[in-house]
Design a protein around this ligand. Sequence first.
Ligand code: 5GP
Length: 239
Amino acid sequence: MSTRELIFDGKEKKIYSTENPDIVLIHYNDVTTAYGGIKRAVIKDKGICNNHISALAFQVLAKEGVENHFISLENDREQLCRRIEIIPLQVVVRNRLAGSTARLLGVANGTVIPNTVFELRYNNDRLRDPMINDTHVLALGIVSEEELKRIYSLTAHANEVLKEFFHKAGMELIDIKLECGRTSDGKIILSDEISPDNCRIWDEKTGEVLDKDRFRHDLSDVTVSYQKVMERLEKAYEV
Ligand code: 5GP
């Protein structure tokens, strides 16, 4: 499908319109940022890994009944997705306490918990994506009460499917930042991406960190880790 105009120029992805107004082409590049864009680098072939990992995850999610924007993998760096209206909300789902929440609550990174934690963030660069609660979401009119319920059930279901998705390849999903969007017919579906850029993924046996924390904390072999995640998943799913 031939591309037309650039409709979104993000740090790590570019989105192009296509001949079909309901379909976009998402291009994954190798730029990596952290801490709200303060830390930035080019990590060779990261975009290829994230495009393939995301495509596979979205296909497995769809098979398990989690409606999402993915349509097809076009090439190493691009995928076709349903065009959605962006909802400025991030849902961070945590299976262990790590990162910002471990710091916030004063517990060890990776603390095991008896339940799943859901955090909402207002997706707003100027305000640095502040943590908000359900009543803020309704006060700001980001979504309706019914839509918020749908977002919780969709992201909870996605988390359960993705825990198993990574487990099948010997990895543990520690946490993940998910985003949803609204289709032209008003339905809320899962969007954005599923990759080591927006998940914490640890090796189940060794505890080795296989995600963007390697870049955040200046650990070595970021590309190797992303490739490892892709190869393990592709092997587990016989891609
Ligand atoms: P934390 O709040 O602990 O820093 O992040 C929780 C999870 O959400 C991690 O897996 C992290 O990678 C992801 N995450 C948090 N904020 C962002 C963001 O702005 N962009 C992306 N891609 N992922 C994020």
